[in-house]
Design a protein around this ligand. Structure first.
Ligand SMILES: Cc1ncc(COP(=O)(O)O)c(C=O)c1O
Length: 398
């Protein structure tokens, strides 16, 4: 039989998070007690008023295709949110609702970058960015960040050439928990203007931000609205991962291109979710501050525990719900039944198989030698999980 599959697909990875999810599922089905800290979704239920709005939408038969860029009341609610939170005013054709922030990112990339184009990605980065760039036909250019995970602005500028179309940033950041400062973002904006490139700003963790830090959207800098493509969504802020809804905002022609991608793939975002999302944005916001404060307590616990493990380096977690910590001190050590462990991926395998805790390897985010845990689990679960990690890491032979 012919093996003439798409050559573009051969350059894509299965999302490492999805792959690990499948392995954990298989082990659990065999009856193993696995604690899973690998998945990036809030453990809170979707707020009641939002669920009710979804149920109402079904009862009232809003169960059909919608306009390709999303229903007008939702785009209006998004515009109001952006005005309120970012101080930026968008028109109705400068915003499009998408099937999750993930589709919004992919559509934005297709809108601005194709064959022969390059997109700069500061690393560590969200697992999907490079593969999305490739799927759009472009080439990802990975630029390591500084040791404290701030942007290496000089390196970003040096990486720009006549093929560069955009740089993707995420703030607050998955996987590092970094929140970029206003000064840093202003300098990045100056580079974008000098090099005539877009900034794709993934702001999905905007509301999960910890004391002493402030979210700043690069789109709010004077003259940057048209050069910034803001991606945001409902998955994290309103605990709506399964409703599959996000949005993209930017220059009219960029959004028109992104909507073309949607119209030729998923047609529209889900109708029921869109009505629920109107309620999420326009309804009471206490659920958002409640979740952020709960994440804050867990962050304090996780950061404190990890920092106390000799050999682990855990930077300050400023936002999102991940700890990204350096475990290079444990590489090159011998663990019973595993020989000398040289890579973060092998440490993950060892922790999963021997200590029954699932964590993500830094190499999935283009930062080998690190581990990422999500603290979107209860305190009891986090306590047990970190006990297992600590015991596991320390079980090497001297
Ligand atoms: C940085 C980042 N961007 C985008 C997404 C995708 O979010 P959505 O569920 O809205 O597609 C995620 C999900 O984990 C994420 O971590």
């Amino acid at each position: 039989m012919s093996t003439n599959l798409s050559s573009r697909m051969s350059t894509l990875r299965v999302s490492p998070t999805t792959a690990l999810f499948a392995k954990v599922d298989e082990m659990r089905r065999k009856g193993e007690d696995i604690i899973s800290l690998n998945v990036g979704e809030p453990d809170f239920p979707t707020p009641e008023n939002v669920k009710e709005a979804g149920i109402r939408a079904i009862r009232e038969d809003f169960t059909k295709y919608t306009t390709g860029n999303g229903i007008a009341p939702l785009r209006e609610a998004i515009i109001e949110k952006l005005r309120r939170d970012n101080g930026v005013t968008y028109g109705m054709d400068e915003v499009a609702v998408m099937v999750g922030a993930k589709q919004a990112l992919f559509a934005a990339l297709c809108a601005v970058a194709g064959e022969g184009d390059e997109v700069i990605i500061p690393t560590p980065c969200y697992v999907s960015y490079p593969d999305m760039v490739r799927l759009a036909g472009g080439t990802p250019v990975m630029v390591p960040r500084n040791d404290d995970f701030s942007l290496n602005l000089e390196a970003i500028e040096d990486a720009c050439n006549e093929h560069t179309k955009a740089v993707i940033i995420c703030t607050p950041d998955n996987p590092t928990g970094k929140v970029y400062g206003e000064d840093e973002l202003r300098t990045l904006a100056e580079i974008a203007v000098r090099k005539d490139i877009f900034i794709i700003s993934d702001e999905i963790y905007e509301k999960i931000i910890f004391e002493g830090n402030r979210h700043f959207s690069v789109s709010s800098i004077e003259g940057m609205k048209d050069r910034t493509i803001v991606v945001n969504g409902f998955s994290k802020t309103y605990s709506m991962t399964g409703w599959r809804l996000g949005y993209v905002c930017g220059r009219r022609d960029v959004i028109a291109n992104a909507v073309k991608v949607q119209s030729q793939t998923t047609t529209t975002p889900p109708s029921i979710s869109q009505y629920a999302a109107v309620e999420a944005l326009n309804g009471p916001q206490e659920c958002v501050s409640y979740m952020a404060s709960e994440f804050g307590k867990r962050k304090d616990y996780v950061q404190d525990r990890l920092s106390k493990i000799p050999g682990v380096i855990c930077h300050e977690i400023q936002g999102a719900f991940y700890a990204f910590f350096d475990i290079r001190a444990f590489l090159g050590k011998e663990y019973e039944g595993y020989g000398v462990i040289e890579k973060d991926t092998d440490i993950c395998e060892y922790l999963l198989e021997k200590h029954h805790v699932a964590v993500m390897p830094g190499s999935a985010y283009f930062a080998p030698g690190f581990l990422r845990i999500s603290f979107a689990s209860s305190m009891e679960v986090l306590k047990m999980a970190i006990d297992r990690i600590e015991i596991g890491l320390n079980a090497h032979k001297c």
